[in-house]
Design a protein around this ligand. Structure first.
Ligand code: PAF
Length: 310
């Protein structure tokens, strides 16, 4: 199976490196020629918390250089999905599949607008991976990845199983899911709790468990998201606080993706996370005051960057 990974961020680099290590035919795709040249030279460096370091030279190219692929993994930030999706028709082979492994809601819809829903897969990963520098990442938390065909997709069970096996051969724990829409919401419930709080307080995920007031806000945001999901007809089992606690424990040392964005002065994924809960809550007549406030604070944090003191 020929695979392209779109986006050389933390997740994209990790996927390309692990697949390459496992002998898969994988290429990393970027849109910036200077970065492609640098990454070709230096390779991808994967550091582990145990002090291990791997340098992997996976093929890296601009979209048009990477031939038609059977599977294209979209690993860009949610705010880049629309732009990245425009490269998909040139990357996907006839009958090829596109798999989004991104945070938040709205990515599937943006991709489907360009290539249609028929060959789409959604994946949800609870991995802790931090981008240290260009092409240099820390693999901090080994979680599970779920993959499934969302509604409107015609990807067969056999094809899903083949993709799941590809991930497993790369050493990742991966499972097929028929209810991937619910899994996307389960991850959203976690992200709306962990990401904005860790970004505002500038702490790793595990520290939230030690800050009772921050923890209460994170749990309240997650509970609102779960209530909105249920009102939207998505059945989520279990207690959001317990799920949040588990992920904070499993990825304790990890800097959330939103904290990494804030520290690097990049836009954050707040619009695909807490803002989505607020918007969908409004449409269903449900108040979401905690998600509203966190959305505003993160928007303000981004706007305030040029005025920072100290
Ligand atoms: O966005 C993230 O950082 C991740 O989804 C997670 C699971 C919160 C771990 O940091």
């Amino acid at each position: 199976m020929k695979v392209a990974v779109l986006g050389p961020g933390a997740l994209g680099c990790l996927m390309a490196a692990l697949f390459r290590e496992a002998g898969a035919d994988v290429s990393l795709v970027d849109y910036r020629p200077e970065r492609v040249a640098r990454l070709r030279l230096q390779g991808i460096q994967v550091h582990t918390l145990e002090g291990g370091r791997l340098v992997i030279k996976a093929p890296i190219g601009l979209g048009p250089e990477v031939g038609p692929c059977d599977l294209t993994i979209v690993a860009v930030k949610a705010y880049q999905t629309e732009t990245a999706a425009r490269t998909l028709p040139g990357l996907m082979s006839q009958g090829g599949m596109a798999l989004t492994l991104q945070n938040g809601l709205g990515n599937l819809e943006s991709i489907a607008r360009i290539v249609g829903p028929e060959r789409l897969l959604a994946g949800v990963g609870l991995l802790g991976v931090t981008r240290q520098d260009e092409g240099r990442i820390i693999y901090a938390g080994r979680g599970i990845i779920y993959i499934g065909a969302p509604s409107g997709s015609r990807v067969s069970r056999g094809e899903v199983a083949a993709v799941v096996n590809l991930f497993r051969r790369a050493g990742l724990s991966c499972q097929p899911r028929e209810d991937i829409q619910a899994v996307l919401w389960e991850k959203l419930v976690i992200n709306v709790g962990i990401n904005p709080l860790t970004a505002l307080l500038r702490v790793p995920n595990g520290v939230l468990l030690q800050l009772p007031e921050a923890w209460e806000v994170a749990v309240a945001a997650a509970q609102e998201a779960q209530t909105v999901a249920q009102a939207a007809g998505i059945t989520l089992s279990g207690d959001p606080a317990a799920r949040l606690r588990q992920v904070c424990t499993d990825t304790a040392a990890n800097r959330s993706s939103m904290l990494q964005d804030i520290l690097a002065g990049r836009p954050t994924e707040i619009e695909a996370l807490n803002a989505q809960v607020a918007t969908q809550g409004r449409a269903l007549g449900l108040p979401t005051p905690v998600n509203d406030l966190l959305t505003r604070l993160l928007r303000a944090a981004a706007q305030s960057a040029p005025f920072k003191v100290g």
